[in-house]
Design a binder for this molecule. Structure first.
Ligand code: PMP
Length: 460
């Protein structure tokens, strides 16, 4: 069975909507920590980490051991939402991991279908039920999942209409949506939010909730300024608007704190968790203040809400991150890597900006030949980002692309990455940038359609 034949069967049999499989034509057969081995014996350093899921890397002994233990115990693996010792332990570990000011709020947890997007749906439904309001506030560049269509085509008219969204500017210093740069852009964006809510003819009224990512991941690795996030908290709190923080990608130490809201000290009303919280297996939940718990039994059901192996793996991961202080390690190593990435910005004209928080890092690729705009940004170069991804793969490095235009090369390495691995990542990335910048005009990747597959497919 050759790799080429597996890949060609995949291309022939799987959906046109497939994503990573287009840009990463490898066939992984073994993985440990940060290393993935392909069927051809080639080894790769994995900075994709299951789209940020693998906080401890692949097959971490702490995770594998608890999975084996659950299997050996003959515990039922499928229990819907019944109570089990495994779930009880996971819930305790999750609650213990939360920022104390949030944990103090008499929290409840709703386990959801095992994808981040389902927990986002649940959080929206929860806020709508609790407030009796419908409209939502969300941000430019936001990514919260893929299931909006599921509600739109359902017969339940009451719950339909996720289109009732007011879009607000998310601070993006490099390409400030207000054309102001920072910190002015964030300040004016907050002011706009406030005046919109207070204007009786603003067209928004008081909405059911605000949804925000503390660092936009798919949007291009854009950390929200702490002061701006605090402003969003003040504005929502003063008006009785639940603040839902989406920590699907930023949670479990990724940004240098256990939860990204801890950087700003913001206490949300609800937090959506998934990805790393399942310790590499599918799990998603929404944790929220008990006074929002006004929905009826079955208001958000789903067959797969009790993934026992994921809960065991997730509890082990949360414990390991806490005990080994991997959040602090992410802050330290990520901070040093960001410095090195900034050096790349100075050496490679095709890199417009390096940014990130903790071990959530990105390089925005821009057209080296174009003139900068008034704020110093050159036009996005998604084709170069894809070329960097391809050149990195040739050098044994798996990276992600994302961002509005698909022009951001993203790094989401495991929090357990060693110093040597970090060094190898930076060297391979440096070489990949040189090769991509020197290369001929880049053809579209295998099977890419008319859409930007990176934005349409990133992180999903
Ligand atoms: N929210 C955020 C912030 C995400 O990054 C993602 C996935 N990239 C989701 C929600 C959706 O998660 P899932 O793909 O598991 O549905």
């Amino acid at each position: 069975m050759t790799i080429a034949s597996i890949l060609s069967r995949q291309a022939a049999r799987e959906s046109a909507a497939r994503t990573y499989a287009r840009t990463l034509p490898i066939v992984p057969v073994r993985a440990r920590g940060m290393t993935v081995e392909g069927a051809d014996g080639r080894r790769y350093l994995d900075c994709l980490s299951g789209a940020g899921t693998l906080a401890l890397g692949h097959n971490h002994p702490a995770v594998v051991e608890v999975i084996r233990r659950v299997l050996d115990s003959e515990a039922p693996l499928h229990v819907l939402d019944l109570a089990t010792p495994v779930k009880d332990e996971f819930t305790s570990e999750l609650f213990a991991s939360l920022p104390p000011a949030f944990a103090d709020r008499d929290l409840r947890v709703q386990f959801c279908g095992p994808a981040g997007t389902d927990a986002v749906e649940a959080a929206i439904k929860l806020a709508r039920t609790a407030t009796g309001r419908h409209r939502l506030l969300a941000f430019t560049g936001a990514y919260h999942g893929m299931t909006e269509g599921a509600l739109a085509v359902s017969g339940d008219v009451e719950r339909r209409g996720t289109d009732a969204v007011t879009r607000l500017p998310y601070p993006y210093p490099y390409r400030c949506p207000l054309g102001l740069g920072e910190p002015e852009g964030a300040r004016v964006g907050a002011r706009w939010t406030e005046s919109l809510l207070d204007d009786p003819r603003g067209g928004t009224g008081i909405p059911a909730a605000m949804l925000v990512e503390p660092v936009q991941g798919e949007g291009g690795v854009i950390p929200a300024p702490d002061s701006w996030l605090r402003e969003m908290r003040r504005i929502t709190e003063e008006r009785g608007i639940p603040l839902i923080v989406d920590e699907v990608q930023t949670g479990v130490g990724r940004t240098g704190r256990m939860w990204a809201v801890e950087h700003s000290g913001v206490v949300p009303d609800a937090m959506v968790v998934s990805k790393a919280v399942g310790g590499s297996l599918p799990l998603a939940a929404v944790v929220y203040r008990s006074d929002l718990d006004l929905w009826q039994p079955g208001a958000h059901a789903g067959t797969f809400r009790g993934n026992q192996l994921a809960m065991a793996a997730g509890a082990a991961t949360l414990r390991f991150v806490r005990e080994q202080r991997l959040d602090e390690r992410a802050a330290d190593l990520g901070g040093r890597m960001l410095e090195r990435l900034r050096e790349l910005t100075r050496r490679h004209r095709c890199v417009g900006e390096a940014r990130g928080r903790g071990l959530m890092l990105g390089l925005e690729l821009v057209r080296p030949d174009a003139d900068p705009d008034g704020l110093g940004a050159r036009p996005p170069a998604p084709e170069l980002a894809r070329a960097v991804q391809r050149e990195a793969l040739r050098r044994g490095l798996i990276v992600e692309t994302g961002g509005r235009d698909g022009c951001v090369v993203r790094l989401l390495p495991p929090l357990t990455m060693s110093e040597e691995q970090a060094e190898a990542v930076l060297e391979r990335l440096d070489d990949a940038l040189t090769a991509a910048a020197a290369g001929p005009p880049i053809p579209a990747p295998l099977g890419a359609g008319a859409v930007s597959t990176d934005w349409a497919g990133a992180g999903r």
